[in-house]
Design a protein. Structure first.
Length: 239
């Protein structure tokens, strides 16, 4: 069935499993320009038609006509796009799990160093300050993993910009929300442990670290919960 050129270009892009950003990068144009082509508010540059046709596996004549010589069934193209979206979401979920796990390891190292120093200092025992290595290493590892997780999510969320990819964007958002919430809960447990277990609070720099940890923990929980609330308002992925 003959389509407007812009609509036909969008159909071809989805059938080949490309996002707007991927096509724009390959053609050396902006995402906004490609979007304008697909919406029909602008026409493709005639000099780019051969490259566009080669990318989509069609001829320039087919692009200008707005239809394939041997039309493919829309359902097949839709299924192909869905498989690619699902694959990208699954790959992101794997990395989200790995990064969240490494963030928890960093959290454990951080509090291991913190409690080691607190234990020795309260007993008046002098020791080599190896705990500082654990404390700083753990804090850096946890922070870097959470930052990478957030950046990776935003990158993939922007790449899956089509309406039919919305369920997979929701799935990725849920992974990020779970990672931040779990990290926040574990951090909260470590922060309040000395108060609940020994009915004492750290003093000096220990008190400062506890306050900073508590503020960061609240931030992690607030961000994770806000994402989870947004996930519940959106449609989940259905197989």
């Amino acid at each position: 069935m003959k389509q407007p050129i812009g609509e036909f270009l969008a159909t071809l892009r989805r059938a080949n499993g490309f996002t707007q950003q991927e096509v724009a990068d390959r053609l050396g144009i902006s995402n906004r320009t490609l979007s304008a082509w697909e919406r029909g508010t602008a026409m493709p540059d005639i000099l780019l038609l051969p490259a566009l046709a080669d990318l989509y596996g069609v001829t320039t004549d087919e692009i200008l006509r707005g239809e394939r010589s041997s039309a493919e069934k829309p359902a097949i193209a839709q299924q192909s796009a869905q498989k690619i979206y699902k694959s990208k979401a699954a790959r992101f979920s794997m990395w989200a799990f790995i990064l969240s796990g490494m963030a928890l390891v960093g959290l454990v190292l951080f509090y291991a160093g913190y409690y080691t120093d607190w234990n020795y200092s309260t007993r008046g025992i002098e020791q080599f300050e190896w705990w500082l290595i654990l404390l700083y290493l753990g804090a850096i590892l946890c922070a870097v993993c959470l930052i990478v997780l957030f950046a990776l999510w935003k990158y993939n969320d922007n790449m899956l910009d089509e309406d039919d990819a919305a369920p997979y964007r929701v799935a990725m958002k849920k992974c990020v929300a779970v990672g931040f919430i779990v990290t926040g809960i574990v951090s909260l447990g470590f922060t309040v442990y000395p108060v609940l277990r020994f009915s004492v609070t750290p003093s000096g720099y220990g008190f400062v670290i506890s306050i900073i940890s508590l503020v960061i923990t609240v931030g992690l929980l607030a961000f994770g919960i806000s994402l989870m609330r947004a996930v519940k308002k959106q449609k989940p992925v259905s197989d």
